[in-house]
Design a binder for this molecule. Structure first.
Ligand code: SF4
Length: 332
């Protein structure tokens, strides 16, 4: 289309005719069908390299698509099945090309640590005197070899996503691992010399009770005992129901309740030298964060049938949507 020199309007109407592409300004009247690449024999890697981007110091290579674990809150685990991989032989040219441009390779995929050749890929990068980085590792797939590879490649932080603090909630969301695996991964990280740890949690999952919220703080205190001298940071994001997941119709917490539960976690972590994000430490920023997460649920579940109030969220008009006297009658 670019080569044909189509106008913007011609480009949009051509795209709208391709199954799997939804162009809001050109509705076809047919449901949008899901399309996926059955095999990944084509390469996907960084095209534009700039220090202004999130991973500006790395050359990104996609090594996997989809995830087979199916955590019940996660879109990737339900919409992008089955998992598909690019294997080492296929990746060698991209690794070589990437290391000519950057010292680090960023390995991209929904569940990268599930890749059957991850250690071999990491080893190949290291043999070429490069480093590598991963978005996050599943705690039950952390190995000493992977951690050593990350450390020697310049990574200082291990990122894990326990999501919940209690075994009861872990079983409910189908995470597939629990506190024991996370604590084992933390100890391996410590032995490998990784002194920074980032943990992701969610608040407000369906069936969450007060004891589950307290369990987050108790679990983090246990982690702190395992790395008394390390830097520990926590992201506590409110749960956002995603379409096409088993939790798609689950209710979201109110902003006030989100703030109350965030406070409970913070209270349980007093004096534990833990950095918090997602729920920042000052009350005002906490409120902003909670309302931002609540706002995110709306466009995620919306479609052409959304009320004007709901669709106004797209344009950032949060006040119009959340105001009780909103003229179009929509609200959270
Ligand atoms: S949370 Fe991670 S492991 Fe679970 S389904 Fe999503 S991508 Fe897979």
């Amino acid at each position: 289309m670019l080569r044909a020199g189509l106008s913007r309007e011609e480009t949009l109407s051509t795209l709208a005719r391709i199954p799997g592409i939804y162009v809001p300004t050109h509705p076809t009247g047919r449901p949008v069908v899901r399309r996926r690449s059955a095999d990944l024999s084509f390469p996907t890697a960084s095209v534009v390299l700039t220090p202004e981007s999130e991973f500006g110091d790395a050359f990104l290579i996609e090594i996997a698509r989809g995830c087979g674990f199916g955590c019940r809150f996660c879109l990737a685990g339900h919409l992008t099945r089955p998992p598909r991989y690019r294997f080492l032989e296929q990746l060698r040219p991209q690794i070589a090309a990437g290391l000519c441009r950057r010292r680090r390779i960023g390995l991209v995929g929904a569940a990268v640590s599930d890749h059957p050749e991850l250690e071999a890929i990491a080893q190949t990068i290291r043999e070429q005197r490069g480093g590598f980085t991963l978005a996050s590792l599943r705690a039950d797939q952390v190995t000493p070899g992977l951690l050593e590879g990350l450390r020697s490649g310049g990574t200082r932080t291990l990122t894990l996503a326990p999501e919940v603090g209690s075994a009861r909630l872990a079983a409910m969301v189908g995470k597939g691992f629990g506190a024991e695996e996370v604590l084992r991964a933390v100890e391996m990280a410590r032995s490998a010399g990784l002194r920074r740890l980032k943990l992701y949690f969610m608040l407000g999952l369906p069936a969450e009770e007060e004891e589950d919220v307290r369990a987050i703080a108790a679990f983090v205190r246990e982690v702190r005992r395992r790395i008394p001298d390390g830097v520990l940071s926590l992201s506590i994001a409110p749960f956002v129901p995603k379409p096409h997941t088993p939790f798609q119709w689950a209710a979201q917490l109110s902003i006030a309740e989100t703030l109350r539960r965030q406070e409970m976690v913070k209270e349980g972590l007093r004096m534990k030298r833990v950095e918090l994000s997602g729920c920042a430490c000052s009350g005002r920023r906490c409120g902003r964060s909670a309302s931002r997460w609540r706002r995110r649920a709306c466009p995620g579940r919306g479609y052409r049938g959304c009320s004007p109030g709901e669709t106004s969220v797209w344009s950032g008009c949060w006040r119009r949507w959340s105001h009780p006297r909103c003229p179009d009658g929509a609200g959270p």
